[in-house]
Design a protein around this ligand. Structure first.
Ligand code: ADP
Ligand code: SF4
Length: 693
């Protein structure tokens, strides 16, 4: 039964002309599916509604071809309505409200599909390193923006949406660019004073309200602070003044900090609820409902936000990915079943890669429609197998949990005296403690199952595996970091003298102590190099990082962490040397050279840490596979090929679903194909050859 102190989370909230059944609000959340995998997206949103989110938003929606963002949904005209209507149908089926955030990304989007020049308030270079400049929009463009907003709002209602928000956040939206002094140097009534710079946002909200406000809530998503002090929009400056100016105009305020890397900060760099200090003024300035985010997974924290008058609705993107049933679990008092987001941003990573998002905690994310995987339910066992799982890292734990949920008799054997494998070890590194939730959730579930037996301190060899007489064996024995430097850049081992002090992240995680000057060779390009550097500096070492890449930790661009990592390394005094590889390792030195062959030198050091490739611990799997056993042997997770924790969880889950029996000749998921247009009239509408012919 639910604890009555959480009742407040299930009170209805009036938002303009519509009512949310509770205070759970899934904010716009990019998912890499959007217009490319629309049914996957729609079904995923439906699962969120089923899981109890009273409001479910689509990701940001571009509403005109002058802002084309290929990853997300769009509503350029009526042609796009059916895709969105599929989503609203799925959401309404469970009694939730469907929301759409109209986004014009302005200078951010290079418009690679439509080939339109990006818009901006005052011209200037486009975002990032894209080799184009923007077009300063004129009064006619602003009038057009009014028209497009009105048309999109009307089409959103036709598609079934209950809430339409205007996007003015994250430095990713044109109305935000108009408010920002950094972008807006106009001399007309849309530039200069704050009143003038807010004008575009005010007008777009008014236009949408006038068009649909009687049937549909019209809100705003606004970043109240850019975290750059008074030089930018800030909560005790212009951010607050904007909210004061528009206080009662929108039906709901969805507020946060900017940019996205600050708003969706990883747990390594920002704790749950850290935005409170920036957004807590909003409710004092408006009577309209206020929603905000903060990677909320604790119902007590949520209740605290409401009771202390910070928020009216609990906004969430990532917690709703990790556990689409978070509200339902709170409602029914099943708190110990909550799969808490660990704040790793693997979800964001896949969105950036243009793939349907993955989640470390929730292996069913994006697989709801195409594989028919539900996050809470799984088919009862379909064979008479008894199952042995060797290794209790993320792959083994998830396999045991899901197999147990299916009703199989499961033995889980782990060589160490603690569960969790790499997750347990990595969670002890600086900033990664939340990662232990991957282990804790699964252990908690397994402990409730009478059909899963766990054996610690149980090193399994060929004989021990045979003795269990289990018919199905999943080998999840993980992987280890290579000591020889082989990885992406070096494909053959680096010359190493016998007396060289060469370590790996496994040694650091096992507690090996080092001191003095340490060189880290990073050919991993994700989080591990910087986390090890941080651990060593905290132990009193000085650290130099060599990387063959032009940019250290380059893959963390995808997880929104790169700037946070660079700043942290600078603050810790870690020296980063890019475009540099190692040629030899010896006692007290590393021989290094630029990747183009220049600047060969020896660097004196007390130890070198190789953060390069990894190698599977697959000896047991190989010997079992080569033996005569009648047991069916399957390798899963890092033991098959070292990858992310998310991949290991997915592998464990997939094994539990298909028992390793997937037919490689049959595509294991549904595809949603582009439909061939019957209309070929565009081609050949103009003469192919000129008049000269
Ligand atoms: P994954 O990410 O694939 O789950 P991990 O490295 O996190 O891999 O976990 C592998 C686990 O398997 C570790 O906890 C390790 O102690 C355990 N292990 C490795 N070899 C054996 C073995 N022969 N018998 C039992 N457990 C093993
Ligand atoms: Fe949270 Fe990581 Fe899942 Fe994203 S991938 S929702 S950050 S657990």
């Amino acid at each position: 039964m639910r604890d009555p102190r959480y009742d407040i989370l299930f009170e209805p909230v009036q938002i303009g002309p519509v009512t949310s059944r509770n205070r759970f609000y899934q904010t716009p959340q990019c998912n890499g599916m959007g217009r490319t995998y629309p049914t996957s997206m729609a079904v995923m949103r439906g699962v969120k509604a089923e899981g109890g989110w009273g409001v479910v938003f689509a990701e940001q929606c571009d509403f005109h071809y002058t802002s084309d963002n290929t990853r997300n949904v769009r509503l350029w005209d009526e042609q796009d309505i059916p895709i969105l209507a599929r989503m609203t149908d799925m959401v309404h089926e469970h009694g939730s409200l469907a929301g759409l955030m109209l986004a014009h990304n302005g200078y951010i989007t290079p418009n690679i599909i439509s080939r339109e020049l990006p818009f901006s308030p005052s011209g200037g270079a486009a975002f990032g390193n894209f080799p184009t400049h923007t077009r300063a929009i004129d009064k006619a463009d602003i009038k057009a923006l009014h028209r497009w907003t009105r048309a999109a709002a009307l089409n959103a209602v036709k598609a079934g949406f209950d809430i339409v928000n205007i996007y003015a956040a994250h430095d990713l939206a044109l109305p935000f660019h108009f408010i920002s002094r950094k972008h807006n140097t106009r001399g007309d009534e849309y530039g200069g004073s704050l009143e003038n710079r807010v004008r575009l946002l005010r007008e777009l909200i008014e236009v949408a309200k006038e068009a649909i406000g009687d049937r549909c809530a019209v809100g705003v998503r606004f970043s109240v602070d850019e975290l750059i002090g008074p030089a930018g929009i800030c909560a005790d400056g212009e951010g607050r003044e904007v909210v004061e100016m528009l206080a009662e105009l929108p039906d709901i305020w969805d507020v946060n900090v900017s940019g996205w890397a600050q708003d969706s900060i990883t747990s390594r760099f920002g704790e749950e609820g850290r935005q409170e200090a920036y957004v807590d003024f909003v409710k004092r300035v408006t009577t309209k409902p206020v929603v905000g985010v903060g990677r909320f997974t604790s119902p007590d924290t949520m209740v605290g936000q409401i009771r202390r008058g910070v928020l009216d609705m609990i906004g969430a993107a990532r917690p709703s990915i990790a556990d689409p049933f978070l509200p339902e679990k709170i409602r029914t008092g099943a708190l110990e079943d909550i799969r808490e987001c660990i704040g790793c941003n693997m979800c964001v990573t896949n969105n950036y890669l243009g793939a349907p998002i993955r989640c470390t905690q929730n292996p069913t994310m994006s697989e709801e429609w195409r594989r028919g995987w539900h996050p809470e339910y799984i088919a009862h066992k379909s064979t008479d197998d008894t199952v042995l799982i060797v290794g209790a890292g993320p792959a083994g734990l998830e396999a045991a949990r899901a197999m147990g949920q299916r009703g199989y008799q499961v033995l889980l054997a782990e060589a160490r005296t603690e569960l969790g494998g790499r997750v347990t070890l990595e969670s002890r590194l600086p900033g990664l403690s939340a990662w232990a939730r991957v282990r804790d959730h699964r252990v908690q579930q397994i402990q409730k199952m009478t059909n899963v037996d766990v054996f610690l301190d149980s090193q399994m060899g060929q004989d021990e595996v045979a003795e269990t007489e289990c018919s199905l064996v999943a080998v999840a024995t993980g992987s280890r970091w290579r000591r020889d430097g082989v990885g992406r850049h070096l494909r053959t081992p680096v010359a190493t003298t016998a007396d060289a002090n060469v370590l790996t992240p496994d040694d650091i995680m096992a507690g090996v102590q080092v001191s003095g000057h340490i060189v880290i060779y990073d050919d991993d390009h994700f989080y591990m190099g910087s986390v090890v550097a941080e651990a060593l500096v905290k132990q009193g070492c000085t650290v130099t990082i060599l990387t063959p890449a032009a940019q250290f930790a380059g893959f963390s661009q995808m997880s929104l962490e790169i700037a946070h990592i660079q700043r942290r390394m600078a603050e810790l005094g870690v020296q980063i040397v890019p475009l540099t590889t190692v040629t030899a390792l010896g006692a007290g030195y590393v021989s290094a050279v630029g990747v183009f062959g220049t600047d060969a030198r020896d660097i004196a050091c007390d130890a070198v840490i190789m953060v390069a490739g990894q190698t599977p611990n697959d000896t047991l799997f190989r010997s079992l596979s080569a033996g005569q056993s009648t047991q069916r042997i399957v390798a899963i997770g890092d033991c098959q090929a070292p990858a992310t924790i998310a991949s290991a969880i997915f592998a464990g889950h997939k094994f539990a679903r298909d028992l390793g029996l997937g037919d490689p000749d049959v595509v294991p998921f549904l595809r949603e194909d582009v439909e061939l247009s019957p209309n070929l009239s565009g081609w050949g509408a103009e003469p192919l050859r000129g008049a000269a012919e």
